[in-house]
Design a protein around this ligand. Sequence first.
Ligand code: FES
Length: 72
Amino acid sequence: VIICHCAVVGDRQVAEAVRQGVTTTAQLCRTTGAGQDCGSCVFAVRRALCDHRAAATEQAVVQTVGVDVAAS
Ligand code: FES
């Protein structure tokens, strides 16, 4: 799914950026190029960042604790 049409940045690129340690919207925009032209995608970019950060945090908890919170 394309999130930023100006820079053609999709959900996969956001997920990869989060895996590489991006934690803020500004970092994500600098890293991927999203949100730096018309700016209409910034809220969608932020939402995608939050979704992927939450998923990454949940996965880290599962790996650390060994319990799948979503499955329990
Ligand atoms: S749609 Fe992202 S900057 Fe225009």
